[in-house]
Write a protein that binds this ligand. Sequence first.
Ligand code: AMP
Ligand code: ZN
Length: 114
Amino acid sequence: MINCTFCKIIAGEIPGKIAYKDDLVTAFHDINPVAPTHILVIPNKHIASTNDITQQDEALLGHMLLAVKKIAADQGIAEKGYRLIINTGPDANQVVQHLHVHIIGGHYMRHPMG
Ligand code: AMP
Ligand code: ZN
C-alpha cells in the first residue's frame, strides 16, 4: 500500500476532523490552518496531483467542485467568499502527494496576483 497520509485519513488509520464525506471525496480540516476556515477536499482514490489526472477522472473532478460548494455553504463562508488552492509539484510547494483542494476563508484576503 502507498504510504500516503491522506489515504490513511480516508481509511481512518490516522485521525482527521472530517467536514464532509461521500463515495468519491472526503474533506477534513487542515492540521495547520492559515485562516479561520481551512479545509482540504480530496478524492477518495489516490491521485498524486493534477499531473496524474486522466480523462476518466473528469466526473470525479467536477464532483470535487460541487463538494466545495456544499462545504463552503455548510461552513458559512459561501456568501463572503473563499479561496481555492491546488498546489502541484515542487515549485508550488506541494507537500502531500495526494491531490487536494484547499478551501480557505473566514477573513478577507488580499488578491494573490498583486
Ligand atoms: P500542500 O502544500 O498543498 O501539499 O498542503 C498540504 C497541507 O496538508 C498543509 O496545509 C498541511 O497543513 C496539511 N496536512 C498535512 N498533514 C495533515 C493531516 N494529518 N491532517 C490535516 N492536514 C494535514
Ligand atoms: Zn493517497
